[in-house]
Design a protein around this ligand. Structure first.
Ligand code: UD1
Ligand code: CA
Length: 447
C-alpha cells in the first residue's frame, strides 16, 4: 500500500555525542537492525512512498544505510541550527510537494505504524497540522503542548522558554509533525531563532499555523513509542521495549515461547505456527523457523532457515546460510554454517558442518568436522543421502561421500567415497595380552 503523494522526512543530523561511539547514533542496532531503518519501515508500512533523510556532514555511513533501505533522497544539514532548519535542508523535496508530509526522527525507533496511520487519518479528516504528544512521566527537557483543553493545539513551548505555569504541563511534544504538504515551506520560512537556544525551532510552526487560521491538532500516543535514544542506557531500554513487542507478536502468531523474557528476537524473525522456542534462545537477523519446528534452550541462530518439524539444540549454533530441512535434527554443541541439511538428516552432537550438503536421512556422528578451510579458500563437502559418518571423523573438503556410504569412526577422509562403500583410515589396532599387568608388577618391585 504505497501512494506517491506522501513524504516522510527523517531527521538524523544529530551527532549523538552522549553515545560516546564511533558509529553514528542512528546506526546503532536494536533488534538486529539500525535504529533509523525501524523508523523508515514504520513510515513505509503506512504508505509513505518517499523518504528523505537529513544527515549531518560526514555521515556517509548513514547515507549508505538509508539508501540501501529505500530512501529516495539524502540531504546534508551542514550546520546544526535547529529542528526547523533541519527540515528545511530537505527543501528540494518539499518544494511543490502536495500531500501528507511527516517529520520523523532517526533516534526514535519505537514509533508504531498504527500511530503514524492515526496521525495521517487526522490529516485526512481535514486538519492542516498534527503533532504527536504524550503524557510524560518526567517532562523535564521536553517542549510542552499548550492546548485549548481539548485536542486543539495552540502552541508548543520549549522548556528553556517556558513560564512556570507552562512548565507544569505534562503533555509533551514528541517532535513528530504531520503536515498538509503545501503549507510547510510557508510556515518554516517564517520561523526565526529569537529564543533561549538561538535555534530555528520546528515547534514554532504551530503558532504560525494558528495565526494563519489553520487547524492544528494534538494527537496523543504512548510515551513508550516516542522514547528517544541519546545514550547507551536508553538504547538498552528501547531494545527491551522492542523485544517485549516482538515476543508478544510471536506468541500471537502461534509460537510458544516457554520463557519469553529470555528469548531475543530480531525485527525480521519469522516464526511459524506451533513453533516452540525454549528458554535462552537468541535470534540474529534473517531467521525463519517454519511450522512445528523446535528451538531448544541456549541456541543462537542468525541468517538461518529451519524448516517444518526440525529440531535445533539445545546449545546449537546456526550461522548464516544454515538451511535445516524438514524434520532434520541439529543437536547439542553443533555449529552449522552455509550448509543444507536435507529432510530428516541428523547431526546430533559436537560437530561442525560448514559449506556442505548433508543428504536426506544421513547420520553424522559425534565429533565430525567438515574441514572446509585450507587457510586460503573454502571448499565444499557433499554427503549423500542415507550416508553414515562415524564419530570423530574429519572430512577434508573438497570431498564427496556417496549415497549410503559408510565412514568408519575416527577417519580422516580426503578422497571421494563412492556410494554404498566403506571408507576408513584408522591404523590397525594392536593387542598385547597381559601387558598392563606385567608393567604394574615391575613398577611395584622397583619401588
Ligand atoms: C525537540 C523539540 C521538543 C521535543 C523534543 C522531543 C524542537 C525545537 N524541540 O527538542 O519540543 O519535546 O525534541 O525529543 O523541535 N536535529 C537535527 N538538526 C538540528 C537539530 C535537531 O537533525 O539542527 C534532530 C536531532 O538529531 C534529533 C532531533 O532533531 O534527532 C531533535 O533534536 P534535539 O536537539 O534533540 O531537540 P530537543 O531539544 O530535544
Ligand atoms: Ca532530544
Amino acid at each position: 500500500m504505497t501512494d506517491t503523494s506522501s513524504l516522510a522526512i527523517v531527521l538524523a543530523a544529530g551527532k549523538g555525542v552522549r553515545m560516546k561511539s564511533d558509529l553514528p547514533k542512528v546506526l546503532h542496532p536494536i533488534a538486529g537492525a539500525p535504529m533509523i531503518t525501524h523508523v523508515m519501515d514504520a513510515a513505509a508500512e503506512v504508505g509513505f512512498a518517499e523518504t528523505a533523510i537529513v544527515v549531518g556532514p560526514d555521515m556517509g555511513e548513514v547515507e549508505e544505510v538509508a539508501k540501501s533501505h529505500g530512501a529516495a533522497q539524502v540531504f546534508v544539514q551542514s550546520e546544526r541550527l535547529g529542528t526547523a532548519h533541519a527540515v528545511l535542508a530537505a527543501r528540494p523535496a518539499i518544494e511543490g510537494f502536495q500531500g501528507d508530509l511527516i517529520v520523523l526522527y532517526g533516534d526514535t525507533p519505537l514509533l508504531r505504524a498504527d500511530t503514524l496511520k492515526a496521525a495521517r487519518d487526522v490529516l485526512g479528516n481535514g486538519a492542516d497540522l498534527v503533532v504527536l504528544g504524550f503524557e510524560a512521566e518526567d517532562p523535564t527537557g521536553y517542549g510542552r503542548l499548550i492546548t485549548n483543553g481539548e485536542d486543539r493545539l495552540l502552541a508548543i513551548r520549549e522548556e528553556k522558554d517556558a513560564s512556570d505555569a507552562e512548565r507544569a504541563i505534562t503533555l509533551c511534544n514528541s517532535g513528530v509533525f504531520a503536515f498538509r504538504g503545501e503549507i510547510v515551506l510557508g510556515l518554516l520560512d517564517r520561523i526565526g531563532n529569537d529564543n533561549a537556544k538561538g535555534e530555528y525551532y520546528l515547534t514554532d510552526a504551530v503558532e504560525l499555523a494558528r495565526a494563519d487560521g489553520r487547524d492544528v491538532v494534538a494527537l496523543r500516543c504512548p510515551e513508550d513509542e516516542v522514547l528517544g535514544v541519546n545514550a547507551r542506557a536508553e538504547l538498552a531500554r528501547a531494545e527491551g521495549r522492542l523485544q517485549e513487542r516482538l515476543r508478544q507478536a510471536a506468541m500471537a502468531g502461534g509460537a510458544t515461547l516457554v520463557a519469553p523474557e529470555t528469548v531475543f528476537l530480531a525485527r525480521d524473525t519469522a516464526l511459524g505456527r506451533d513453533v516452540v522456542i525454549e528458554p535462552n534462545v537468541v535470534m540474529g537477523p534473517g531467521v525463519v523457523v517454519e511450522d512445528g519446528a523446535t528451538i531448544r534452550a541456549f541456541s543462537h541462530l542468525e541468517g538461518a532457515h529451519v524448516r517444518a518439524g526440525a529440531t535445533v539444540g539445545p546449545f546449537a549454533r546456526l550461522r548464516p546460510g544454515a538451511d535445516i530441512g524438514p524434520g532434520a535434527r541439529v543437536g547439542n554443541y553443533v555449529e552449522v554454517k552455509n550448509a543444507l541439511l536435507e529432510e530428516g538428516a541428523k547431526v546430533n552432537h559436537l560437530t561442525y558442518i560448514g559449506d556442505a550438503r548433508v543428504g536426506s536421512g544421513a547420520n553424522v556422528g559425534a565429533g565430525t568436522i567438515t574441514c572446509n578451510y585450507d587457510g586460503f579458500t573454502k571448499h565444499l563437502t557433499d554427503i549423500g543421502a542415507g550416508a553414515f559418518i562415524g564419530s570423530n571423523s574429519a572430512l577434508v573438503a573438497p570431498v564427496k561421500i556417496g549415497d549410503g556410504a559408510y565412514i568408519g569412526s575416527g577417519s580422516v577422509i580426503s578422497k571421494d567415497v563412492p556410494e554404498d562403500a566403506l571408507a576408513l583410515t584408522r591404523g590397525p589396532q594392536q593387542l598385547r595380552e597381559g601387558w598392563a599387568a606385567k608393567v604394574r608388577a615391575r613398577r611395584s618391585r622397583e619401588r
